[in-house]
Design a protein around this ligand. Structure first.
Ligand code: FAD
Length: 382
């Protein structure tokens, strides 16, 4: 087994870290508390070739590996946790599924703009009555002329309030086999946003309503039968979520480590108290274990798409680890950790959300258990 990065990967990570230090470290606190998307960072990253890391060169991407994109998240988050979201949006999220299955026309229309750092795509899977049971989704298209009419509603879609385009999971017919996806311009007639609300992380979301929205045939991404492909692609999104959980946990750990080496109580440095040393030992063990699981899932990705099982294990572990580490780091820093003076409380709030988003801890553990027993367990009654 080789646990070493290649010389190219080491060089790439170093270059991204230098970029993040120079351009992102100052202003990290303001960015974390600003609910708006950091468009200035997106444009800067586009110029630097940090958007579309995992996308093919013919699609305007960098042709890099999933592992490269994980390294970029780590290096960026170490300087500015909030800016890691831009790497996610440019290389892991719905943009990756779209690049995999979108048509050349669709890509020309939307991808070019996104990869310039001037737009984002948002994915609408979750509905008020279909959360973990996402295949219960009701948003549906019905044929109309050579296209379709879309009716339904979505909740919690990241970036939706300012996205150009939505990748909407919808029904072409009954059952899991009837699910596919279409692209919907956020300015299209019949698309309405409800009242904006705010997650604990500070991110905004709004319920989206589709009222007889016209979907021309060229806006269909995957017709019925597309669900399995979309979910396979969604494992890439999960790796980005996993990477950020661990990276923000590491950010909080590093802040607390520095604090413990300079803060004195009872005439001694905090790092000299064994009760706190053991917290750091636990944090370090979780960081290292999580990194191995994350790197296994990312580096074994086949054609850029990681295995569902490796991804579920890495995500469940790192989501929990990121949150636990941020929580312990906050404790070590006392009142200062709980204050917005540092970004530790921000890291804690962000990590909490990833235990729900992109497949909750419980749903991931259901998936892992299926691997353990090599059989499926229906979650439905009867
Ligand atoms: C920060 C954030 C970002 C998000 N971004 C997006 C996005 O971009 N696009 C999008 O479509 N959605 C997004 N979501 C929605 C997310 O995918 C859902 O919140 C998630 O799937 C859970 O659905 P729910 O909230 O309806 O909870 P529910 O499904 O109602 O679950 C409630 C609780 O019950 C547990 N539970 C449910 N079923 C089982 C079971 N069978 N076994 C054990 N436990 C179970 C869950 O784990 C959870 O703890 C986001 C959510 C968050 C918090």
């Amino acid at each position: 087994m080789n646990f070493q990065l290649t010389p190219e990967q080491t060089e790439f990570r170093g270059a991204v870290a230098r970029f993040a230090d120079k351009h992102l470290r100052a202003g990290a606190r303001e960015r974390a508390h600003d609910p708006k998307y950091p468009w200035d960072v997106a444009k800067l990253m586009a110029e630097q070739g940090l958007l579309g890391i995992t996308l093919k060169e013919e699609d305007g991407g960098q042709g890099g590996s999933l592992m490269d994109a994980v390294l970029a998240i780590e290096a960026v988050a170490a300087a500015c946790p909030r800016s890691a979201d831009v790497i996610q949006a440019g290389s892991f999220g719905p943009v990756r599924v779209f690049a995999e299955y979108g048509t050349p026309m669709q890509k020309e229309r939307y991808l070019t703009h996104i990869l310039k750092g001037e737009g984002v795509i948002s994915v609408g899977m979750t509905e008020p009555e279909a959360g973990s049971a996402v295949t219960d989704l009701r948003s549906a298209v019905t044929p109309d002329g050579d296209g379709y009419r879309l009716n339904g509603s979505k909740v919690f879609s990241t970036h939706a309030p300012y996205a150009d385009v939505l990748l909407v999971y919808c029904r072409f017919g009954p059952g899991v086999g009837g699910i596919g996806s279409v692209l919907v311009d956020t300015k299209a007639e019949g698309v309405k946003f409800g009242q904006h609300s705010t997650f604990m992380s500070g991110e905004e979301w709004a319920q989206i309503y589709f009222d007889n929205v016209w979907v021309p045939p060229e806006m269909v991404v995957l017709k019925e039968g597309g669900f399995k492909k979309q979910i396979a692609g969604f494992n890439v999104e999960r790796i980005g979520n996993t990477s950020r959980s661990l990276a923000l946990g590491r950010y909080a750990y590093e802040e607390a480590r520095q604090w413990a080496m300079q803060r004195k109580q009872f005439g001694r440095l905090l790092c000299e108290f064994q009760g706190l040393q053991w917290k750091f030992a636990e944090m370090k063990m979780k960081l290292d274990a999580g990194q191995l699981l994350l790197y296994r899932a990312a580096s074994n990705a086949d054609g850029g798409i990681p295995s569902a099982q490796d991804t579920a294990i890495a995500k469940a572990f790192c989501n929990q680890a990121g949150f636990d580490i941020a929580n312990e780091a906050l404790q070590v820093m006392g009142g200062m950790g709980y204050s917005q003076e540092s970004l530790v409380e921000y890291c804690l709030r962000r990590c909490r959300g990833w235990m729900i988003a992109g497949g909750s801890l419980e749903i991931l553990k259901n998936r892992i258990a299926e691997g353990v027993f090599d059989r499926t367990f229906s979650q439905r009654p009867g």
